[in-house]
Design a protein around this ligand. Structure first.
Ligand code: MF3
Ligand code: CO
Length: 291
């Protein structure tokens, strides 16, 4: 049996401070919320200061890779070429692309064009043309720490309707982020995201969500963007998760590509947009670790 941590013992988080001066108060508060019937985070998804420092470095690389690729994403480039450039940049920065080989995923990034919602597979047959919108989703392992973020890019002359979708999808992430603070709930974030999408005439994909991240690619909790205030997991300092709603211009219904088993599409063929950030809950509020 494990001995219960005494208030004068060193904290479990490795800070070298006494438990009572470190996480004791947090842990008591979490316990209180649990007794009130809320979903609370297990300790293994609350990152220690050392882990946070490592994940922060991984996130910086992920962000730098998206910055790097921006100038290349133009009319005429193939998604295979984007994949190759990002793969090589990741290796140069001493990282490893997390998607490659993940549950058999064949490429180093996901590239999802127009009505593709997510998990598009880079291909030399997909040539970006004027009017396309594309999500480039990058995930990096650096010193064993995982990071994950994605952005949208508009190719050439994109019509106003699609531009608005791309803009509103980004605003949704911002609205969600504003709700990220300790002792609030993931549902506060999810509702803010959903409300902003619906207010603009769009829908949000229900079946695919975000996730905890850092020590693994996908950790608990699973994160919904159609959730309700005061529901879902309590947000506690040290938790890291993604905000990555998939916002559809039309129906929220989706289907999976039967041939590759990966790529999700909108059922009505209308476009979908997604931006993804990775966020840490801090004592004061939040810190964006990758964008
Ligand atoms: N990067 C995606 C996410 O946001 C996950 C892709 S899994 C893969 O969660 F295998 F398709 F790469
Ligand atoms: Co993700």
């Amino acid at each position: 049996m494990m001995k219960e941590l005494g208030r004068n013992d060193l904290c479990w988080c490795g800070s070298q401070r006494k438990y009572k001066k470190c996480h004791a108060e947090h842990d008591e508060k979490i316990e209180f919320y649990r007794t009130q019937g809320h979903i609370v985070p297990p300790r293994k998804i609350i990152k220690t200061p050392q882990q946070i420092a490592g994940i922060r470095e991984s996130g910086k690389i992920n962000t730098a890779i998206l910055d790097y690729i921006t100038e290349y994403i133009q009319e005429g480039i193939t998604t295979e070429e984007i994949n190759r450039l990002i793969h090589e940049k990741t290796i140069t920065l001493k990282g490893v692309p997390a998607p490659l080989g993940y549950h058999g995923f064949p490429k180093s990034i996901c590239t999802s064009v127009n009505e593709q919602i997510c998990h598009g597979i880079p291909s030399r047959n997909v040539i970006l043309g004027s009017g396309d919108i594309i999500n480039v989703d990058v995930s990096t392992i650096y010193n064993d720490y995982f990071s994950d973020s994605s952005r949208m890019f508009c190719i050439g002359a994109v019509n106003e309707e699609k531009k608005r979708l791309v803009r509103v999808a980004q605003e949704c992430v911002q609205k969600g982020l504003e709700q990220v603070k300790p002792w609030a709930f993931l549902g506060d974030m999810g509702q803010a995201v959903h409300e902003h999408a619906v207010k603009n005439g769009y829908s949000v994909v229900k079946e695919i969500g975000g996730h905890g991240v850092g020590l693994e690619f996908h950790e608990d909790p699973w994160v919904s963007y159609v959730s309700k205030k005061k529901t879902e997991m309590l947000m506690v300092p040290g938790m890291i998760f993604t905000i990555e709603p998939m916002v559809n211009m039309g129906t929220d219904e989706i289907y999976v590509d039967e041939e590759n088993g990966w790529t999700d599409y909108t059922a009505d063929g209308k476009p979908s947009a997604q931006w993804e950030i990775m966020v840490l809950v801090t004592n004061e509020g939040h810190e964006v670790l990758a964008h």
